[in-house]
Design a protein. Structure first.
Length: 216
């Protein structure tokens, strides 16, 4: 961001030409830090990510600003960072490296070929990622811890959900740390059938209409 011009010039073996207004812009941005920095925990993940990147860039180019951010390192991780850590954890538990985020309503438990099986609506994996990312950031903005849970798997996907506790008692009962992320995976998950056809999904939902929710 702020270092792009210098890096570009360095790549061509030239000194960056001084531009007088750059220092003025930087000074103006530093003055705005008290308003921008709190947005790093905003419920909107795009606003939060921009604020984090903005402050990190200023800190990287001017270490004298660091005393203004004594608790910077104690901030909860971004969703991308937290999800990557969970992906590694799940992979150590023999789960596939790709995470498919679902809600309880996307899972139907019923018998398939004589076995209890989780039928999962696949949907759009990118859209699901963005939705969970927003829910995670909203929880962090409210100082609420969350749980990343992998409850099933296919050959390619670890079937996961984000669980946000209803209240402090729920969090304590599930051992979810405040402003933290708990990782858990099912050690012996039920088989999973991934459904991509909307008609087939509607049919499965109708056939299992009286069954209890699979993950609640």
């Amino acid at each position: 961001m702020l270092g792009t011009k210098a890096e570009f010039a360095k790549a061509f073996g030239r000194d960056p030409a001084p531009i007088p207004w750059i220092a003025d812009v930087r000074s103006a941005l530093v003055l705005e830090l008290p308003r921008i920095a709190p947005l790093r925990t905003h419920a909107n993940p795009y606003i939060a990510d921009f604020s984090r990147a903005f402050v990190e860039e200023l800190l990287a180019t001017d270490r004298s600003l660091e005393p203004q951010f004594p608790q910077w390192e104690t901030l909860p991780p971004t969703f991308d960072t937290a999800a990557a850590a969970f992906e590694k954890f799940a992979h150590t538990q023999d789960y596939p490296p790709s995470l498919l985020w679902v809600k309880s309503v996307d899972v139907v438990l019923c018998r398939w070929r004589g076995m209890l099986t989780n039928h999962v609506w696949k949907g759009d994996s990118r859209e699901r990622y963005d939705r969970v990312r927003a829910e995670y950031q909203s929880a962090m903005a409210r100082n609420v811890g969350v749980a990343f849970e992998a409850k099933g798997k296919t050959g390619m996907w670890a079937i996961c959900r984000l669980y946000v506790p209803a209240d402090n008692d729920d969090a304590e009962r599930r051992m979810i740390p405040k402003m933290g992320v708990k990782h858990s995976v099912a050690s012996d998950p039920l088989p999973v059938v991934l459904i991509e056809s909307r008609f087939l999904w509607w049919l499965v939902k109708w056939l299992a209409r009286n069954a209890p929710s699979a993950w609640d």
